[in-house]
Design a protein. Structure first.
Length: 250
């Protein structure tokens, strides 16, 4: 129990540090989250922040919840679905901000009113599309009664794929913002030293978080293989039969 609590404390501290570093970068170098930020960057800043909170806090906690949280199974289930719903809402909000940013940018430059196919040419965009598709698939498998039992192994690897894609999307998105500002002449390479150290630190912390999530997901002491789940959650007398948990529960 102690090692689980230590792991959870370190995990949450790392997530908190990532969010603080992200806010430091956004407010210290990108103009903040208000409409006064340079060249519509406030829209992009909101997109970055929402996606970081959605996947690095909400979804990561949903992934490790069954492995680390010391609560009964019904509470685990409710928390798991709650984190998933919060991630979905933040994901949708983040997509709204980035689509609005693309539309505003296109209107300012070419007076177009829709996003062209040129908006999805980066590796970051492709990773983002894969992340959204994988997350929605595993979300449906998780919340729809009965589906998880039939597609448990698919759900397991969808979660892993979503975690990997989300981290790749966030890291490449950070690098895309830096590169975009550089080619637009908003920053000079000689002036990038301090910001570069912050951005690189942020990327390393995100990769470290990825390792912790995968460790908790697959490592035997933290896995769900030795835990039990309630077989009859609808019992009114709170006397639930239990059975060994087979495979990996998501």
């Amino acid at each position: 129990m102690v090692h689980r609590q230590c792991f959870l404390a370190c995990f949450q501290l790392l997530v908190f540090t990532i969010i603080v570093c992200s806010l430091w970068w956004i407010f210290g170098y990108l103009g903040g989250l208000t409409s006064g930020a340079t060249q519509l960057y406030w829209l992009l800043n909101w997109h970055q922040l929402l996606m970081i909170v959605a996947f690095l806090f909400c979804f990561s906690n949903a992934v490790i919840l069954y492995r680390v949280y010391e609560v009964d199974y019904p509470s685990q289930r409710k928390l798991h679905i709650g984190f998933q719903i919060a991630c979905l809402l933040l994901l949708l909000a983040g997509l709204v901000f980035v689509v609005t940013w693309k539309l505003e940018e296109a209107a300012a430059e070419t007076e177009e009113t829709e996003i062209s196919s040129n908006s999805l040419y980066t590796f970051h965009s492709w990773c983002g599309v894969c992340t959204v598709i994988a997350f929605v698939m595993q979300f449906v498998l998780t919340v729809v009664p009965g589906l998880q039992a039939y597609y448990s192994q698919l759900c397991v690897w969808l979660v892993v794929f979503t975690v990997l894609c989300s981290v790749a999307t966030i890291v490449t998105g950070i690098e895309d913002v830096v590169f975009y500002r550089y080619i637009e002449g908003l920053i000079a390479y000689s002036d990038y030293v301090t910001e570069g150290m912050l951005v690189n630190t942020l990327a390393v912390l995100i990769m470290l978080l990825l390792l912790l999530v995968l460790w908790a997901w697959f490592r035997a002491p933290y896995s769900a293989a030795d835990r039990v789940e309630y077989q009859d959650m609808g019992s009114s007398d709170n006397t639930h039969a239990t059975r060994p948990l087979k495979g990996v529960d998501v």
